[in-house]
Structure formats: C-alpha cells, structure tokens
Design a protein. Structure first.
Length: 171
C-alpha cells in the first residue's frame, strides 16, 4: 500500500487477534529469576503494534496522517511466572471503540503450552500529533475499527475484564 487507508480489501484480523510468537530476552530477567514486570508491558505493546497495523493505524499512518495513539490507562495482572526460554504469544480482544478511543484486553500466554501468564486491559486514545490532542478517527479508520469490534460479537469475553485493584476483604 502506498498510502495509508483502511481499504476494504485488507482482510480483517482474526477475532481475537494473535501476535507473532515472541521470545524472552536475557536482559529482561530480574534477580528473582523470572521476567521483570516492565517487560510484560513491552510484549503487550509489541502485540498491540502488530494489531494496529491490521487496523491501519501503525507507523505509516502516523507519518502520512499525523495521527497516532496514546495509552491513557492500563491495568496489568501478573498470574504466572515467565522464564528465559519461554516462547510467548499475546491474544488481543478489541472490546469496544468510539470515535476517539479503543478498549482492549490482552492475554500473554505460553505459546506452546497455552497457559495464561498475564493480562493487560487498556484504554487507548486517538491523537492528532500536530495538535497533540485527542481527536476523532478518520471515517475510513473508524469504519474498519467498527467492523472489527462487530466481528468480536461471537467471541467470549475473557475473564478479568474491568477488575479493580483492591485489597482482599478480611473474613
């Protein structure tokens, strides 16, 4: 594609979207012998970048249309340790969208064994990079995003959506 548009012939990503398989880098392992918490976000972010390409809002979109996305809110849950040598893959569910926002839920899983390591729920804003302000998606992008949201209608919602950070109650 020479220009950035959400063209109708570009296939929609599968619902839910699955990233490429990623490997843990040695410098990401902390003194506890497992993946440092910061690098879970790196892998979630890499997966989102892959999905954004499918939405038509990747780096070329920023360069040609001077628009991008910023994360406004993120809630990560660490459920099971990941270690050096573990192949991982992120599954992304696009839960909802409006004219300026995307609501996603990501699950980091062991790529061969399938167990869940971590989740990340995010609210992402569409940004006009010249004004550095939240702005509506262009109509072609908004239409494509809505088609993808609609394609998720039959997908079961992952456990953990909308959780708050709270101390357990004492009984």
């Amino acid at each position: 594609m020479t220009s950035v548009t959400a063209e109708s012939e570009m296939p929609l990503p599968a619902a839910p979207f699955k990233s490429s398989v990623m490997q843990i880098e040695p410098q990401w392992i902390d003194y506890n012998g497992h993946l440092n918490m910061a690098y879970y976000n790196v892998m979630f972010d890499r997966a989102i970048d892959e999905m954004w390409l499918q939405l038509g809002i990747g780096p070329a979109y920023m360069k040609q249309r001077q628009c991008s996305t910023f994360t406004a809110e993120c809630h990560v849950r660490y459920l099971r340790e990941i270690h050096l040598g573990d192949p991982v893959q992120v599954q992304v569910t696009l839960l909802g969208a409006d004219e300026k926002r995307l609501h996603t839920f990501e699950e980091l899983r062991h790529a061969t064994e399938g167990w869940l390591s971590a989740t990340s729920e995010n609210l992402t804003l569409h940004i006009d990079m010249e004004a550095r302000k939240v702005a509506p998606f262009p109509p072609d992008i908004r239409t494509r995003i809505q088609k993808i949201v609609d394609s998720y209608a039959g997908v079961s919602r992952p456990e953990g959506i909308g959780r708050n950070v709270v101390m357990p109650s004492k009984k």
